[in-house]
Design a binder for this molecule. Structure first.
Ligand code: NOJ
Ligand code: CA
Length: 706
């Protein structure tokens, strides 16, 4: 199946005098020739590019360059010394993912630039153009007059053609847990989102947006800007100019160092990416971000198996129990100690109850939070270094016994490392912590970074933390440990290179519904996430809340979807680990749990059936190594009728579809838990009309009839 074809051809270059520099132009198109990127140097020798799609402008002439510390900017007086183009084609396989086979096919153009001024510094720009979009990156090659590069600003422009509709989240240097906003580009106002009361840390210095940022042009073409392979560099936000419709890269900085990035040549930057789609659903189909990452460096990773999991988790967010033993932990505020009811969640007995439930219901793992000492010292502490050691359980939690009991029942324990953003402590403890996991046969850990980063002056998304997150993944791999990071760095497709990067948060997860003072995640949240955050990679959203209103625990908070939508999320939101997040008492006796028991977590194939950004989406996925399909559809606050076209099924086969759907009078607020289950026979030519309640959804499991 795997074939690689690589051809190189030299682009003929005409070397001219200074006055002909502006005529230098070098183009590259996508394999299907719909996307065209043109590179050229301006009269002043400034690198510029523009992009068209089906001959229509997508990006108008935009400049590229860098400001450096203690050195002149690297941005003008360039000449092209060489340009090479090549093409590449392969099919590679994901160890786990939305699909097994991934096609990668692109044309590449590499431009080698050199300054004509005294320093004669060199900079290469490489474009890779696929049918679903493109990426470009800068290469700083080995050279005489540039060794250590201290970047104070990367100035990559993305000049848009008009006032597009945009789904954006503020360019926060410290957290991605903001709602996406829908507005015209000219109305983006990221600064108005500053100081959200429920964020443990946040810093929005500019009118900039986070990526992925998704847009719709007037002609219906969809664009999404992001980055790929973020390694030893800092996260890129995009500063917006609401008057000219321009965006410029704004790298996350550091108050500790005063610069954005420090590297030594030779090095390459992350890819700056643009996904281009004729309709919204194609954005989800796109594998551009993964294709711009290097192949698997870890080899066999079969020690990790995609799994569903339950956990001692939601009960703490509800306030039913606590992380620490003294009972003083309150995640609602992240700052105050409150509610000393002393109900420690992570007890041996409670963990065994979750194991028993999981074993009975085809759930492979149990997450246990609050198992290790330190929680009672965390909140309110400025100096959080040394608080957690990641190996010492509370006395009422017998880690070894819980692991042993789990093994007996075929259920693996998921480790939890809340670092409280004390990165030096965590780095020092990692070998010991991962070695303990290895000795117990625990293969995955949920990490957390709540709070301002220590050392002070660093932000969650700066180069220091990018390296911390990436080093953690690499170190964990040595112990056969997979990472699910919360308060993470954004996903840039590195799971291709390091497949033990299994999932992450990096969005407003389900937890906000338990305690956010702004009413939680609105019904349009996930239909937006599917076309924005999810384009970057797997999401540990933690779906499956059945007790939607949980009035017994919190009267002022609730989930803003129907129960049927909670089921749909197992299909719509991709992750190789999917939590059945509710407390056990909410599941007992509820027939809808059958869907969670049945649904797969690893896929052969994904088909996005329909959808519009922020409104609705329907996705069908085929289980790996089986003939089963699962379909999920979700809508925003509007009820709607959606037709599910089963033409993705095999020819001449008949299937049983078990449908979990909103009841006729369901409503995310007025009647969220009403649902119906029915069974129908379907085949390739079936078209089923589904009714989705406001904030509703449906989930279907489709099995071949014997
Ligand atoms: C924030 C995480 O997102 C949440 O899942 C976790 O329970 C808390 N931190 C405590 O680690
Ligand atoms: Ca979080």
């Amino acid at each position: 199946m795997k074939y690689i074809q690589l051809t190189m051809l030299m682009v003929a270059i005409v070397f001219g005098s200074c006055s002909t520099k502006s005529k230098f132009e070098t183009n590259v198109t996508s394999p299907n020739e719909k996307i065209k990127v043109a590179f050229s140097l301006s009269e002043k020798g400034i690198p510029t590019y523009n992009i068209t799609f089906k001959d229509g402008d997508i990006i108008k002439t935009s400049t590229m360059g860098f400001d450096l510390k203690e050195a002149p900017s690297l941005s003008e007086n360039f000449e092209i010394i060489n340009a090479t183009s090549s093409n590449f084609e392969e099919v590679w396989q994901m160890p786990w993912g939305e699909q097994l086979d991934v096609e990668s096919k692109y044309n590449e153009l590499k431009i080698e630039l050199q300054e004509t001024s005294e320093l004669k510094r060199k900079l290469n720009i490489v474009f890779r153009v696929f049918d679903d979009g493109l990426g470009f990156r800068y290469e700083f090659p080995e050279q005489e007059n540039l060794k250590d590069v201290i970047i104070t600003d990367e100035n990559t422009q993305f000049n848009l053609t008009a006032d597009h509709m945009v789904w954006w989240a503020p360019g926060d240097w410290d957290i991605y847990e903001h709602l996406y906003n829908e507005s015209l580009f000219s109305e983006i106002d990221a600064l108005s989102k500053a100081n959200h009361p429920n964020l443990a840390q946040t810093y929005i210095p500019e009118n900039a947006v986070n990526t992925p940022v998704t847009m719709r042009m007037e002609n219906g073409v969809h664009l999404s800007f992001h980055e790929a392979a973020l390694i030893d560099y800092s996260d890129m936000t995009l500063k917006v100019d609401t008057v000219t419709f321009g965006m410029t890269s704004e790298l996350v900085g550091s108050e500790r160092t005063g610069y954005k990035v420090k590297r030594t040549v030779p090095f390459t930057t992350p890819w700056r990416t643009l996904q281009i789609a004729e309709k919204a659903t194609e954005l989800i189909d796109s594998k551009l971000i993964l294709n711009l990452n290097e192949p698997n460096k870890l080899g066999d990773v079969s020690w990790f198996k995609p799994t569903k999991y339950t956990g001692i988790w939601w009960e703490m967010h509800l306030g039913k129990s606590t992380w620490d033993r003294a009972g003083s932990q309150d995640m609602t505020s992240f700052t105050t100690a409150a509610k000393a009811h002393g109900k420690h969640g992570a007890t041996t007995e409670n963990a065994k109850a979750y194991i028993d439930f999981s074993a009975k219901n085809n759930i492979g793992a149990v997450l246990v939070e609050g198992w290790n000492t330190g929680w009672e010292h965390w909140i309110g502490f400025e100096d959080r270094e040394g608080v957690f050691d990641f190996v010492t359980p509370y006395p009422d939690y017998d880690l070894k016994e819980v692991v042993r009991y789990g093994k007996e029942k075929g259920v693996e324990i998921i480790m939890h490392h809340e670092t409280s953003a004390a990165t030096e402590t965590y780095t020092k403890q990692q070998d010991t912590a991962f070695a303990l996991m290895k000795s117990l046969g625990i293969h995955s850990v949920k990490t957390g970074y709540v709070g301002k980063i220590l050392p002070k002056g660093e932000y969650h998304h700066g180069q220091y933390m990018v390296n911390h997150y990436n080093n953690t993944v690499e170190k964990a791999a040595k112990y056969q440990v997979a990472i699910n990071a919360h308060e993470p760095i954004k996903d840039t497709g590195l799971r291709r290179t390091y497949p033990n990067t299994i999932s992450r948060e990096g969005l407003r997860g389900q937890e906000f519904n338990a305690w956010a003072s702004d009413g939680g995640n609105p019904a349009n949240h996930l239909p937006t996430i599917a076309f924005t955050r999810m384009l970057s990679g797997p999401i540990d959203y933690t779906p499956g809340i059945f007790d939607i209103k949980f009035d017994k625990y919190k009267k002022d908070n609730q989930v803003n979807t129907t129960l049927a939508q909670q089921l749909a999320l197992y299909v719509v939101i991709y992750s190789p680990i999917q939590m059945a997040a509710d407390i056990l008492e909410s599941y007992e006796g509820n027939k809808a749990f059958q869907f969670i028991s049945d649904v797969a977590v690893d896929w052969q194939k994904t088909v996005v059936l329909n959808g519009e950004v922020g409104d609705f989406v329907t996705i069908a996925r085929k289980e790996k190594n089986s003939e089963n399909w699962f379909v999920g559809g979700i809508t925003d606050e509007n009820e709607r009728e959606i037709t599910v076209d089963f033409s993705f099924l095999n020819d001449k086969q008949s299937y049983e579809a078990i449908i979990y759907e909103d009841a006729p009078n369901s409503h995310w607020n007025n009647n969220p838990t009403a649902y119906n289950i029915r069974s129908v026979e379907v085949n390739k030519s079936t078209k089923l009309k589904m009714k989705l309640a406001p904030g509703g959804g449906f989930a279907i499991s489709v099995k071949q009839k014997k």
